[in-house]
Design a protein around this ligand. Structure first.
Ligand SMILES: [Zn+2]
Length: 511
């Protein structure tokens, strides 16, 4: 669950059109010259953009994207994508890149791959997929762009675009999906230039379809899903009167592509692949975020009443989530009670139940609930965050800090946990620890300047823990070095603009 204000759909559309900075062959205007076919670059790509450089570029882009709030702040949705994506990656033992899958809160149907294995998926695409296999087919396609090093190859083909502008362009891609004017202004990327530099060629698209198909099948998904999703998107384009979804505009579906996807699936034996419970639950959660809260409640209530759903548990869960969003805590609790009376157990239901108690200010009830749930689902991130947050609200910073510190042993760069630790230590009157964790929080958010300021404060404190002082000093050196690197590689303007914004602390209450 997340709290975020969204630009209106109209704004997002307009901006997406203006930028159109996606990473694949765009629909060119009728009279535009077709791009010249690229020479076969083979492994020459590695010399222009090394694996290490690719990873660094990906990390930098992600840092900026996080700083701008372009990554959906919802551990349940991100966790789900991560699990689904890793299942596909694991199906091919020759893939040795590390992948990170994340959601972008945007209604545009889009997905994209960044260098270094970061794959973004718009929430609009998750909702457009009619089955988990369809969603997986797009992920498989994007994974293949990464595993086949298409980005590095494109880079090699466009050496005129420098490292710095490529970073800016990649950020603009995420902006294209989310429609954030701020990012576009910061990156200052020229749309046409950016597009030319990172468009995939038709050969790359063909290869990503082919390799992705194999991945989809090996991972045990329905291999026909790729063709069916392509077809649905194509139909949608006709309905939308030429206003194709972003992913389609950047991945023009020629009849050939659809026919090939069908051909590949033709001789595959029919395989009924049921959707996971998580797929249904995550979609229900995303639907509870659509429109204003009252509209979401009305829509989901009607669907539940009229039986217009594929999964009853998910439908009821979505209704409960919408009710919580509308602050109708009594009815939200009734819905969760009904789910539990029916014997439904799921970590997302546990997290929702805890949040309803927390929002009802029944902190003792919420804490007991979280503690029981964490025994069952110790790694469900929503629970891992909501438990210490509730302890802080309940005025028990000592326990909140203990829990956060314990989890930070394994999740050393988890911004949320650092932020709660910072708040807890502040409440306990331990400013050195508080500034240290606030610094780590900023660092995780991509705000290097803010992180340095906080760590400087931490090292100036007297009477704190000597061990923390040493850690803070060492991190300070690292971050100053990082800052120098950023300036050196000419990304100063973007980075400075990002750091100048004082990131607001994450809200405790959800929308
Ligand atoms: Zn593609």
């Amino acid at each position: 669950m997340f709290a975020q204000s969204h630009a209106t759909t109209v704004q997002r559309r307009a901006i997406a059109f203006a930028l159109c900075l996606c990473m694949a062959a765009p629909a060119l205007p009728q009279n535009a010259p077709l791009p010249a076919p690229l020479p076969d670059l083979g492994d020459a790509s590695e010399s222009t953009l090394s694996r290490a450089a690719e990873r660094a570029l990906g990390r930098e882009t992600m840092r900026s994207a996080r700083a701008q709030g372009a990554v959906l702040d919802d551990p349940e949705v991100n966790d789900y994508l991560q699990t689904l994506g890793q299942r596909l990656v694991a199906a091919d033992p020759t893939i040795n890149e590390k992948f990170e899958f994340f959601a972008v809160g945007a209604s545009e149907i889009n997905a994209f791959a960044l260098p270094g294995g970061h794959v973004g998926v718009n929430t609009g695409l998750i909702l457009a997929a009619q089955s988990e296999s369809e969603l997986a087919s797009v992920l498989a396609h994007e994974i293949s762009h990464v595993s086949q090093h298409h980005i590095a190859r494109q880079y090699a083909a466009q050496t005129r675009a420098g490292y710095a502008s490529l970073a800016a362009m990649l950020l603009a891609i995420i902006a294209g999906g989310r429609g954030d004017v701020a990012i576009a202004a910061i990156t200052g990327a020229n749309a046409a230039q950016a597009q030319a530099a990172i468009n995939y060629t038709r050969e790359h698209e063909h290869e990503a379809d082919r390799v992705g198909f194999t991945l989809l099948e090996r991972a045990g998904f329905d291999p026909r899903a790729m063709a069916s999703f392509f077809e649905r998107l194509q139909q949608q384009t006709r309905v939308l009167d030429g206003n194709a979804p972003v992913w389609l505009r950047t991945h023009p579906l020629t009849q050939t592509r659809i026919a090939e996807a069908q051909d590949r699936a033709f001789d595959k034996t029919y395989r009924q692949v049921p959707d996971s419970q998580e797929f249904q639950m995550v979609r229900a959660l995303l639907r509870s975020y659509e429109g204003d809260a009252a509209q979401a409640v009305a829509r989901l209530a009607a669907e539940l009443k009229e039986g217009r759903y594929r999964d009853r548990t998910a439908a009821r869960y979505g209704h409960a989530a919408a009710l919580l969003r509308a602050k109708d805590l009594v009815r939200a609790k009734t819905e969760v009670d009904t789910l539990e009376r029916d014997g439904m157990r799921h970590p997302m239901i546990e997290a929702l139940a805890g949040l309803i108690l927390q929002q009802s200010r029944d902190y003792a009830g919420a804490i007991a609930r979280y503690e029981a749930a964490l025994k069952r689902y110790p790694d469900h991130l929503q629970l891992v965050y909501d438990y210490p947050r509730t302890l802080l609200l309940a005025g028990d910073p000592a326990r909140a800090v203990r829990f956060a510190e314990d989890r930070l042993l394994r999740r050393t760069d988890d911004g949320d946990l650092h932020q709660m630790a910072a708040e807890g230590y502040a409440a306990l009157g331990q400013p050195m620890q508080s500034h240290y964790h606030q610094g780590e929080y900023y660092a995780a958010q991509g705000n290097t300047k803010g992180a340095i300021e906080q760590l400087e404060l931490a090292t100036r404190m007297r009477g704190g823990d000597y061990r923390v002082m040493l850690i803070a000093e060492s991190r300070l050196r690292e971050l100053r070095e990082q800052q120098r690197e950023i300036l050196k590689t000419g990304r100063a303007s973007a980075s400075a603009a990002i750091s100048a914004r004082s990131p607001s602390l994450r809200a405790f209450t959800r929308d």
